[in-house]
Design a protein around this ligand. Structure first.
Ligand SMILES: C[S@@+](CC[C@H](N)C(=O)[O-])C[C@H]1O[C@@H](n2cnc3c(N)ncnc32)[C@H](O)[C@@H]1O
Length: 217
């Protein structure tokens, strides 16, 4: 089993509990606000690749989710998401049937991110969009998570964070064309209190979370 998949298989409940922490709640709410305007106009059905325990899928109203980690998938199923056990690199769907393919903080855990993005493009319908949610590597939040990874953090230590430029290049190589973006978490990590943030238009260096909508070329 690949490292990232094994971790989420065994520690799904621990991953899921983070969303109920005071810190987790505020970050999650800001991130949902950031993704939502890109996803909302899309026709259904919507699929999430790397659905995990289904937190984003439930909040955003995603129909179907896949993930290789069975432990996480059972929690997503309990949140009302239709689930299938699969890797993003080989989606168990026919081509051209989804209005949206959502990938939230999952690209950084996939062993073959390019193949995963190609699969997202393949399952999209004509006006479908791939919507990626990422923590940019060189943002203050990306650097904060990288420092925790170095200290052996259970989840971050198996992640490989990408810069915005790297994600855009990978997506272009996968045949995806960037159309719209939203950025949030301009407030830095640190001991100060966090607040829920309204997203800004565009993709900005320095934002701790960026949502990008691509059409399949
Ligand atoms: C940080 S979690 C994100 C889960 C969910 N999107 C969320 O934001 O709560 C990353 C997820 O990616 C999954 N994953 C790892 N490798 C994957 C792959 N090759 N294809 C799809 N998902 C993968 C893990 O099992 C895990 O559930």
């Amino acid at each position: 089993v690949r490292a990232a998949e094994g971790i989420f298989e065994r520690h799904a409940a621990k991953y899921d509990a983070w969303f109920d922490s005071p810190h987790g709640r505020l970050l999650f709410e800001s991130e949902v606000k950031c993704i939502s305007p890109l996803l909302a106009p899309q026709q259904r059905p919507w699929a999430e690749v790397g659905v995990g325990t289904g937190r984003f899928a439930e909040a955003l109203g995603v129909d179907v989710g896949v993930d290789p980690a069975y432990g996480a998938l059972t929690m997503a199923a309990n949140r009302g998401i239709q689930v299938a056990r699969a890797r993003g690199e080989a989606l168990p769907f026919r081509s051209g049937q989804f209005g949206a393919a959502l990938v939230v903080v999952t690209l950084c855990f996939a062993s073959r991110p390019l193949a995963l993005l190609r699969e997202c493009g393949r399952i999209l319908s004509e006006n479908g969009r791939a919507v990626l949610g990422i923590v940019p590597a060189n943002s203050p939040w990306g650097e904060f998570y990288a420092r925790r990874a170095k200290r052996g953090h259970l989840f971050y230590s198996v992640a490989r964070f990408y810069t915005l430029g790297e994600v855009k290049r990978l997506a272009a190589e996968a045949g995806l064309t960037l159309e719209r973006a939203r950025s949030t978490l301009f407030q830095p990590p640190g001991p100060g209190g966090l607040a829920v943030e309204e997203p800004q238009k565009g993709s900005h260096q320095g934002a701790g979370f960026v949502a990008l909508a691509f059409r399949s070329a």
